[in-house]
Design a protein around this ligand. Structure first.
Ligand code: SF4
Ligand code: SF4
Length: 266
């Protein structure tokens, strides 16, 4: 942690970063995101097992993009998100200094997103055994049981959208659920509307979700909503083969081109 604080201090003093995004102590033994611009505040930075919020979520915010250069504390799930956001043209190459943190809490410096991708070859994204077992149980259900399972799992959702706010890859400036002309997804919380919301979100995440679990960690009532994105990832792997976040190869299920003929992309 000392190394992290020293590196943050050095970056601010040298002007290589104007802002450091990391974690700091909050209340009730919790940590929260920290936005540091003053050298003397770098001592607030902490890193331990409580730091599960995915800080890459801030990299696409207008308030952060106004800085010339920033540094972000990035354990492996955040590194994956940075690679995915780079693949989606959401991060300027000269904008970001990545303070990588290895699983054994060592600080690692990265020069480029390609270096991060290279490092991640040792930490490939794969669904954990406990999740595979749950997904296999769901797959062994008949059609009606599966429908009931998903309806019941999403039933308690009261549409606070904390999951959306926590996800680094939910960066659209206007979300389909917020549109009301027409209103595709009903605003009130009820069984079918809830399922519509979660299916819509999971489909938008297909081939992009880096399984960081920030969405599920953010849910105030503990809905395992990311089971749906895990399920879709497993289906994609089964049908199209293994894939990892990659700067060069973009998304598995979609492409983004600034010269797309559809107006909405501009
Ligand atoms: S959908 Fe959830 S698990 Fe996937 S990238 Fe977003 S926050 Fe992470
Ligand atoms: S955070 Fe939980 S309650 Fe809120 S919208 Fe997401 S799933 Fe629903």
């Amino acid at each position: 942690m000392n190394e992290l604080r020293l590196k943050a201090r050095e970056l601010l003093e040298s002007g290589k970063a104007e802002l450091i995004i990391g974690y700091e102590e909050g209340s009730s033994q919790k940590v929260h995101a920290s936005f540091i611009t003053a050298v003397e505040d770098t001592d607030k930075l902490v890193f331990d097992s409580r730091c599960v919020q995915n800080l890459a979520v801030y990299l696409t915010k207008p308030e952060i993009r106004k800085y010339e250069s920033i540094a972000v504390t990035a354990p492996v799930p955040v590194l994956r998100s940075i690679v995915q956001l780079t693949a989606e043209n959401q991060i300027r190459k000269d904008f970001l200094v990545v303070l990588g943190i290895s699983p054994d809490a060592q600080l690692i410096s990265f020069e480029t997103p390609e270096d991060i991708e290279h490092y991640l070859e040792q930490h490939k994204l794969k669904t954990e055994q406990r999740d595979l077992e749950i997904l296999q149980r769901i797959s062994s259900m008949d059609k009606n049981q599966r429908w009931d399972f998903w309806v019941k799992t999403m039933e308690p959702c009261f549409k606070c959208y904390a999951c959306r706010a926590a996800c680094p890859l939910c960066y659209c400036t206007q979300c389909t659920v917020d549109g009301n002309r027409p209103q595709w997804i009903p605003v009130p919380s009820h069984q079918l509307g809830n399922l519509e919301w979660h299916i819509m979100r999971a489909l938008h995440m297909s081939g992009r979700c880096t399984d960081c679990e920030a969405c599920a960690n953010a849910c105030p009532i503990g809905i395992p909503l990311n089971l749906l994105t895990k399920k879709i990832r497993e289906e994609l792997v089964e049908n199209f083969g293994e894939f990892q976040p990659s700067v060069g190869s973009g998304n598995m299920m979609s492409t983004f081109r600034p010269d797309d003929k559809e107006n909405f992309i501009k």
